[in-house]
Ligand binder design. Structure first.
Ligand code: ADP
Ligand code: MG
Length: 351
């Protein structure tokens, strides 16, 4: 889904605009970069008295991440890995390895609900570049499900005598394939965030398609304010915020099923696949927003919760002291209810 989270304090610009001056001295130091990446919108804002233009560096780090993990790029590392049709090992980069490690951690914590080895099924259902079938073939779903086993894929790291680090990913079965669609956007946000921090920027906000990470504070000295989209009232062209939160040195990611789906035989098939059944998971949850330290984790937890459903998601969020969340769910046709964890309530600005 695109732009699940709205920027409450959005300042429109060009690909790189030396910021518009809203007539306020503090805002004169705000730089805004806009563009597209990972099939969605990119928006970066930062405060820099020198108003430096980091657009080229932002671009190149995102190109690196895409060349590593985009299944839409035929010669990306993930595509090469997916095309290996026998068991074997591929040398990958640091981005791939880090995402694989975090994916393993969240796969365990979500009891398998988060499973990036679902690529064959995700493709079957018409997502990540696949074409949806006209008719559902349940024996095909069952046979694909058997190879969507994340335990068949392992990451390793080696340090040479000179201190150089190499990263590898291995598949035990040639049919095992990866899809980082539920985690790579969050990682892209973290990569841009870390780049800007390393350039001495203390206050910044990075948003890729609604996955957001903030550091420091906005020009008014207050936390960055982020709006969470209302899944019913919002449209692609007219966003309505359901809640606004104050985000300080944290990330937020939102997953939802209300925009990205296919219709097969009159049935709504959403882009969240349940690894237990192999089928798209449609439950009462319309959207899940997760707040945590970094956006890679937030992104993957949000998808995990969509798979787990209302009760499972509430349990996952409540058990882990490092994550806070808000769940929006439908009770009756057109009627919404929401649940927020106590820490999420603390940062919510308006109901
Ligand atoms: P969005 O793209 O709106 O941020 P998500 O972060 O929830 O949405 O990612 C959805 C994508 O994740 C799907 O399009 C698919 O590529 C992948 N995916 C679907 N089901 C799962 C799952 N159970 N575990 C991991 N990845 C999944
Ligand atoms: Mg996501």
């Amino acid at each position: 889904m695109k732009r699940t989270v709205l920027l409450y304090l959005m300042i429109a610009g060009l690909i790189v605009s030396s910021c518009k001056s809203p007539g306020n001295k503090e805002n004169e130091e705000l730089v805004s970069l806009e563009g597209r990446t990972m099939g969605t919108e990119l928006n970066v804002q930062y405060i820099d008295s020198l108003k430096r233009d980091f657009s080229k560096e932002v671009d190149s780090v995102l190109i690196e991440v895409n060349n590593s993990m985009s299944t839409y790029i035929p010669n990306s590392l993930i595509s090469i890995f997916n095309k290996m049709d026998t068991a074997g090992t591929l040398e990958v980069d640091r981005h791939f390895y880090q995402v694989l490690l975090i994916a393993k951690e969240i796969h365990r914590e979500s009891h398998g609900a988060f499973n990036p080895a679902l690529y064959p099924l995700i493709h079957y259902w018409g997502f990540s570049g696949g074409t949806a079938p006209d008719e559902i073939d349940s024996s095909k779903v069952d046979s694909l499900l058997k190879i969507c086993n994340f335990d068949l894929i392992h990451g390793t790291m080696a340090i040479s005598g000179e201190g150089d680090t190499s990263y590898y990913v291995t598949k035990d079965d040639g049919r095992a394939q990866l899809d980082f669609g539920a985690i790579a956007k969050g990682y892209g946000v973290d990569a841009v965030h870390d780049l800007l921090r390393s350039r001495g920027i203390a206050s910044l906000m990075v948003d890729i398609g609604g996955e957001v990470r903030c550091s420091g504070v906005y020009t008014d000295g207050k936390a960055w304010r982020i709006g969470i989209e209302d899944p019913i009232k919002s449209t692609v062209n007219s966003k309505k915020a359901m809640q606004v939160i104050a985000l300080e040195n944290k990330a937020i990611a939102t997953s939802g099923n209300y925009r990205n789906f296919r219709i097969i035989n009159g049935q709504k098939m959403v882009h969240t696949i349940n690894p237990a059944s192999g089928y798209p998971e449609l439950n009462s949850l319309l959207s899940v927003s997760i707040v945590t330290e970094d956006c890679t984790h937030a992104d993957a937890y949000a998808t995990s919760c969509m798979v787990l459903g209302l009760e499972g998601a509430r349990e996952l969020i409540s058990k882990n002291p490092d994550i806070e969340g808000m769940l929006i769910y439908g009770i009756e046709e057109g009627e919404l209810e929401y649940w927020s964890s106590p820490g999420f309530k603390e940062i919510t600005l308006k109901d």
